[in-house]
Write a protein that binds this ligand. Structure first.
Ligand code: PEP
Ligand code: MN
Length: 377
């Protein structure tokens, strides 16, 4: 089996379709490619009933269910284990859905492949550990299985890339990345903060790997799923993984973030899928506006360059008169003046502060160079 995707090239790459090729019968799915199912398989009946509803009502492409659950603390439900694999695979077969589960070691791989699970995923707590990832990659080597790699719990792009590379080096061509957010202590809004710049950077560095968003683990709450899913669509993610349960409040794991199949259908129907290609009119308007923005950027940068030349002249004067580079009082005045203008300029104080900090640091760099011409940067 394998995953292929059509995409336009370049940084603004856009995954149009995914083709899931099971037993050489390529089935094509429109964006967003949807992976749904319970956080955990709990009982045979539960897995079958959610699979049936998902197949009948939704556009689910792959049925998920956790069999071995990496729980934060001991003595909580840690998954039903091996016996759940058959529930998942049979529920998938009965309802025409390929299946996926999380594997965290070589034994899990052996059991999941033996049971006929179609796609494996690596959980966030496993991606952080190169030993575990390598063990799984070695166990998978030689198969043609599709592997989905969740981001590590910590916001480390290279660790995520490293895990994907370990599978590439084991000969796995069909890889998918799943963005599930990054661990944070007591955040008011998210269970795992999205740090969207990290998945965006991943697409830039590994443009051939489809990227899927998991709003369930980012939001941690049912009422936050829509917003995260929409944001992922607006950032051209290929698809979504959403935890779905027939009785979410009674779920044995992650009860707050799971939705019913009907809730899932409702969420998907409210998603606004914005188009990739622009019409001629749209293109000419946007082209005109982009031109204006580029002109402003030109002016802005030549003014910044001019500003640095003046800063250097000041630097020469400071050098000749033994004056310190940093004049704390003066800097305080400058920053306060700009911050007080932020509302009128319709810019956030945070933005004004960071622009001024960057300009000030660059000025200090120029003056330091003038003062110490031999300094190696
Ligand atoms: C899950 O998908 O149920 C799961 C455990 O996810 P993560 O590895 O992202 O925490
Ligand atoms: Mn979960």
């Amino acid at each position: 089996m394998g995953f292929f995707l059509e995409q336009t090239l370049g940084i603004e790459c856009y995954f149009k379709e995914m083709i899931l090729d099971l037993n050489n019968t390529a089935k094509q799915y429109k964006r967003p490619f949807l992976i749904a199912g319970p956080c955990s398989a709990e009982t045979e009946e539960q897995v079958h009933s959610v699979a049936k509803d998902l197949a009948e009502k939704s556009t689910t492409a792959i049925l998920r269910a956790g069999i071995w659950k990496p729980r934060t603390r001991p003595n909580s439900f840690e998954g039903v284990g091996e016996e759940g694999l058959n529930w998942l695979v049979n529920a998938g077969k009965k309802n025409g859905l390929p299946t996926t589960t999380e594997v965290a070691n070589a034994k899990h791989v052996e059991l999941a492949l033996g049971a006929g699970v179609d796609v494996l995923w690596i959980g966030a707590r496993t991606t952080v550990n190169p030993f575990a990832v390598q063990e799984i990659a070695d166990a998978i080597k030689g198969t043609k299985i599709t592997v989905m790699v969740k981001n590590p719990v910590n916001p480390d792009l290279m660790l995520w890339i490293g895990a994907l590379e370990r599978f590439q080096q084991a000969g796995i061509d069909d890889l998918i990345a799943i963005h599930r957010g990054f661990s944070v202590y007591n955040h008011p809004k998210y269970r795992n903060v999205p740090n969207w710049e990290i998945p965006i950077a991943l697409v830039e560095k590994m443009p051939d790997i489809p990227l899927i968003c998991d709003p369930s683990h980012i939001s941690g709450r049912r009422d936050g799923l829509q917003e995260v899913a929409q944001k992922a669509m607006d950032l051209n993610f290929a698809g979504l993984m959403l935890e779905t349960h027939n009785n979410p409040d009674q779920a044995w794991s992650d009860p707050k973030q799971q939705v019913t199949p009907d809730g899932l259908v409702d969420l998907m129907s409210k998603l606004k899928l914005r188009k990739e290609h622009l019409s001629k009119d749209e293109m000419s308007f946007i082209g005109l506006m982009r031109g204006k923005i580029a002109d402003l950027d030109d002016k802005m940068f030549s003014m910044l360059s001019e500003r640095m030349k003046i800063a250097e002249e000041v630097g020469i004067y400071k050098r000749e008169n033994d004056i310190t580079i940093l004049q704390q009082e003066h800097w305080k005045e400058i920053i306060e003046k700009r911050l007080s203008q932020s509302e009128e300029l319709r810019l956030t104080p945070k933005f004004v502060r960071s622009v001024m900090d960057a300009i000030h640091q660059e000025s200090i760099r120029h003056q330091t160079k003038v003062m110490n011409p031999d300094l190696i940067e």
